[in-house]
Design a protein around this ligand. Structure first.
Ligand code: G1P
Ligand code: ZN
Length: 544
């Protein structure tokens, strides 16, 4: 067995997006493609000798092949110890948990989140630092710069590791430790939540829940925690076996893609609680009997009820939400007298706030929420948080939501996505909006006055780093908003996301249909962006 230096040439498309590098499987399968990115990552970290690493992924097609390559490269680059999830499986939150628990130098997570998987689907890779969170921009841009100049990479020619067998193995001088994918994560959850109360709720006979793992990574986690540990009846978890192509589904837990669960939760004999998670287990969707909780409301409700949860009984230090997420949680923060931060889209922007203890709970409108227990968003954590609230308060999901609106008001909220638009069209549309920004403040549209219009820029309060052009915001007096941005995670053309929000304090007006309540703002958003003229589209592809 020996280490080899392999000559290579750069690829020009290895710039990490909102969450790592995501490309078609076929792109990753090109000779040297994955290797170039991994070496560029190791080079960005400096001297890797003696360092430790966590490696795992969401189980999608190419996961194990990629892991074998990464292990051989880690050995050749001098890493001394690597923890790998059994069969290559680690949900994103579990990987974050394990990096922190074993004080690893960092981790490589293989996932393209909810993007479709399989031979013709997507693959992804990202690096997380020692705090368990996604690498900050300083590291991702250094990875990208390295990828543009790379001329060789290091790899061992030793045999593959047996990823199915738990225990220690050697790969040249490096120790590979295959660990159970679920145990450490499940232990952490048991420390955070009142498992006894949740056990009581799930076994009392008149409470039914359904969890849809969408044939992706959370199946084994949900079964171990909800069914085995917390006593939920077998069958509570559906689509619980992770498949390399996610059963040809699109494991994005929203009203469009989690159709099986949504149909059941909006049926006549719906369960009391429904939830789903995504490809890599960091997203969540929360439903009650015939109700859907928007992720923005969910974050606000978690914050307002945090004192009921053992881990957060001592109080929250602050909350943080991504800019397009509704401002519902800000109202809770105001009442609690804690800081509320507004960050650009992407979990990596929460890392500094969590590390500096300036935020305890964080969330995004894109079905992501989490806390300082790890440095990623966490799907099952949100589900357990909700179960803990329901168990302690003895209310239904609808009652919890309605009481929240009565107390804080309701932020009607929707996101309209236009997927796979040709990139030039999307850019022209954004430029058209950008050109209008300076003229908009003060203008009136159907009774609303524009308060501000800008392209969001964020200065991190901890390290003063600045992220510019993070989305176009049109804010109206009174708090209503329209926001436009282009997705940073897609792999085909561009995806335009439009986020629309309107606040309603009047209790008698809090029960309208969301699309109707926001109808005039939706129309205005359409007009200002001239969506049809630029894209030829007459309707969004996905509405959440
Ligand atoms: C999307 C979401 C964003 C999330 C990211 C990773 O990114 O909008 O909130 O952090 O996926 O899960 P986007 O495609 O909008 O760049
Ligand atoms: Zn995800």
């Amino acid at each position: 067995m020996a280490f080899m230096t392999v000559q290579t040439a750069p690829f020009d498309d290895q710039k990490p997006g909102t969450s790592g590098l995501r490309k078609k499987v076929k792109t990753f399968q090109q000779a040297h493609y994955l290797e170039n990115f991994v070496q560029s990552t190791f080079n960005a970290l400096g001297d890797c000798r003696g360092r430790t690493l966590v490696v795992g992924g969401d189980g999608r097609y190419y996961n194990q092949t990629a892991i074998q390559i990464i292990l051989k490269m880690a050995a050749a680059n001098g890493f001394s110890h690597v923890w790998v999830g059994q069969s290559g499986i680690l949900s994103t939150p579990a990987a974050s948990c394990i990096i922190r628990k074993y004080q690893a130098f960092g981790g490589i997570i293989l996932s393209a989140s909810h993007n479709p998987a399989g031979e013709n689907g997507d693959f992804g890779i990202k690096f997380n630092t020692a705090n368990g969170g996604p690498a900050p921009e300083s590291i991702t841009s250094s990875i990208f710069n390295n990828s543009l100049e790379i001329s060789e990479y290091l790899i061992s020619d030793s045999d593959d590791i047996d990823l199915a067998e738990i225990g220690l193995q050697k790969l040249d001088g490096m120790t590979v430790e295959v660990i159970d994918s679920v145990t450490d994560y499940a232990e952490l959850m048991a420390q955070l939540f009142d498992f006894e109360a949740i056990h009581g709720l799930l076994t009392r006979g008149d409470f039914r829940m359904r969890f849809d793992a969408m044939h992706a990574v959370t199946g084994p986690y949900a079964k171990a925690i909800l069914e085995k540990r917390l006593g939920a009846p077998e069958g509570t978890v559906i689509n619980g076996v992770p498949l390399p192509d996610f059963g040809e589904g699109h494991p994005d837990p929203n009203l469009t893609y989690a159709e099986e669960l949504v149909a059941e939760m909006f049926s006549k004999h719906a369960p009391d609680f429904g939830a789903a998670s995504d490809g890599d287990g960091d997203r969540n969707m929360i439903l009650g009997n015939n109700v859907f909780v928007t992720p923005s409301d969910s974050l606000a409700i978690l914050a307002a009820n945090a004192a009921l949860i053992p881990a957060y009984r001592g109080g929250l230090k602050g909350v943080a939400r991504s800019m397009p997420t509704s401002q519902a949680v800000d109202r809770v923060a105001e009442k609690l007298g804690i800081e509320a931060h507004e960050t650009p889209t992407g979990w990596k922007f929460f890392g500094n706030l969590l590390d500096a203890d300036r935020a305890t709970l964080c969330g995004e409108e894109s079905f992501g929420s989490g806390s300082n227990h790890i440095r990623e968003k966490d799907g099952l954590w949100a589900v357990l948080f909700w179960l803990n609230i329901l168990a302690v308060r003895g209310l239904s999901v609808a009652e919890v939501v309605n009481r929240h609106w009565q107390e804080f008001g309701r932020n009607y909220y929707t996101r309209h996505d236009y997927e796979s638009i040709p990139t030039e069209q999307a850019q022209a549309l954004m430029q058209h909006l950008e050109n209008q920004l300076s003229d908009l403040p003060g203008r009136q549209f159907g009774g609303r006055t524009v308060d501000y219009a800008d392209n969001f820029s964020y200065r991190d309060p901890v390290d003063d780093s600045v992220a510019e052009k993070q989305g176009i915001r049109i804010g109206f007096k009174g708090g209503d908003r329209i926001i436009y941005r282009l997705s940073g995670t897609g792999t085909e053309g561009a995806t335009l996301r439009i986020y629309i929000e309107s606040y309603q304090a009047d209790r008698n007006k809090q029960h309208q249909d969301t699309q109707q309540a926001l109808g005039d703002l939706i129309e205005l958003a359409d007009q200002l962006a001239m969506i049809h003229d630029f894209t030829g589209r007459t309707a969004p592809t996905v509405i959440t």
